[in-house]
Design a protein around this ligand. Structure first.
Ligand SMILES: [Zn+2]
Length: 83
């Protein structure tokens, strides 16, 4: 994986982790988040910072189309396994 040149340090002092968002809003957009992000931690850290610039509308449409295809293929594969 391609690594960013500057890794931000989070509020809790840890280097932030580069993650990829797969929401329908921001498919494939990468962001920095804390390792402790999430509700499974007693004191979750809320550090959050985008790494990629916002998607242009065209890229978003292309990516959403690809995501939909991947999900359809995944579903088909799961169904095949069940039979
Ligand atoms: Zn943190």
């Amino acid at each position: 994986m391609e690594m960013p040149e500057v890794i931000p340090v989070c509020h809790c002092g840890n280097p932030a982790k580069l993650n990829t968002s797969w929401s329908n809003d921001k498919p494939g957009r990468r962001f920095f988040g804390c390792k402790k992000f999430g509700s499974r931690f007693r004191k979750p850290c809320r550090f959050f910072s985008w790494f990629d610039p916002p998607l242009r509308p065209h890229s978003r449409i292309v990516l959403l189309g690809l995501l939909k295809k991947v999900r359809t293929l995944d579903d088909a594969r799961k169904k095949e396994r069940r039979t």
